[in-house]
Design a protein around this ligand. Structure first.
Ligand SMILES: [Ca+2]
Ligand SMILES: [Ca+2]
Length: 84
């Protein structure tokens, strides 16, 4: 899975997503918690409801450990924006 992800994107693109990830990872622990994710979505789409935010978080958190790591973030990013 991570191989096909890497093939689709250039290193530059991944680096720029990494910057966004680091920006939202406020406490810099390498994972985005729900509270950090709420901040993220509030910026990206201010009309998002809290209940939807939690649903979205659970979708992105593919392994269900309660955190979004960079790989999960990258995956989500591609699904949301790659088509545009
Ligand atoms: Ca964090
Ligand atoms: Ca996770």
């Amino acid at each position: 899975m991570s191989e096909s992800t890497a093939n689709k994107m250039t290193e530059e693109e991944i680096a720029s997503i990494r910057k966004d990830f680091d920006f939202f990872d406020r406490d810099q622990n390498g994972q985005i918690e729900l509270s950090e994710f709420i901040d993220l979505l509030t910026i990206l789409s201010p009309k998002t409801k809290a209940s939807h935010v939690e649903e979205g978080f659970n979708l992105i958190d593919e392994n269900g450990d309660g955190y979004i790591d960079f790989e999960e973030f990258l995956h989500w990013w591609q699904e949301c924006w790659w088509e545009y």
